[in-house]
Design a protein around this ligand. Sequence first.
Ligand code: UVW
Length: 321
Amino acid sequence: MTDTPTAPYLGELLKDSPTNWGKWGPDDEVGALNYLGPEQVLAAVQLVSSGKVFTLQRLIGDPKGDPVWPGRSPAERTQILDESDWDEGGKGAEYPGGLHYADDKINAFLQGSTQYDALGHVWYDGKIWNGYDARTTVGGLDRASVQPIAERGVVGRAVLLDMARFRGRENLDKAETYTHEDLMACAEAQGTPIQKRDILIIRTNFLRLFFEQGEAFYEGFNEPGLVYSPELVQWFQDMEIPNLVTDTIANEVTFDPNNGVALVLHNALMRNLGVTLTEITDLEQLAADCAEDGQYAFLYVAAPLKVAKGSGSPVNPVVIK
Ligand code: UVW
């Protein structure tokens, strides 16, 4: 990873940045997802008219490779039982009636595929979301793990912001940035302005380069994405954005071009405002459909897995039009 010796400390950079700590009580673990109540769910359901369904998860164990954050490895799936286990001398047990079955397991980073980050996933100054002590992460997240997010689920109106198409490109490039003003301009151009409490789904199609370039993709790793500014953070706060979903590995430009700091928005949005982040989605079919039918707002439903103490969880979000 790039190391910028002059990069300011996050605590200094974000010292005047807003927080939502305490807003939903001293025990809150789902943050801005509290903005999604029955009213938002019912309004989102009204957007369903054609019955078209899209799933946003990338394949786990893709023969072409699984894109992951540097230092993580893709999931390994191991076959434990298959028909060969009932060959002569095989380990398959004999069941009354002649049952045979297949079993397998995976060894995977919980953030190694399309995923929800727990709010306690990142921090600085020894404090995670809602001001909980970062020592609560030792040995597993005792506070703000992915479990409470999984227990409540995520349902609301989502808007696709197709930044690649808006910029007239197949994909955004390494280190390319965009701001909240670009998101609003994209939404206006698509004919669907962003509303308060919308789930934002941003398409860059950057991971196309992973499949095209293989390992070379990781050289000078610096993903495109949203870039920090106090105004952007305030916009997320004013718009009460509950959930930011993208098709990149980490949702924001990896190294802020203005100061060199890594993943500033993970901290300004997730740690401080309680915005849930969802990463590595596959938006290609949905984006093609939106370009065709012009419907950029729709019902979004996601339920990460209930992993006790987990700092994240795989998920297969569903969009219904
Ligand atoms: C890190 O926070 C390092 O990665 P991600 O949010 O992509 O899981």
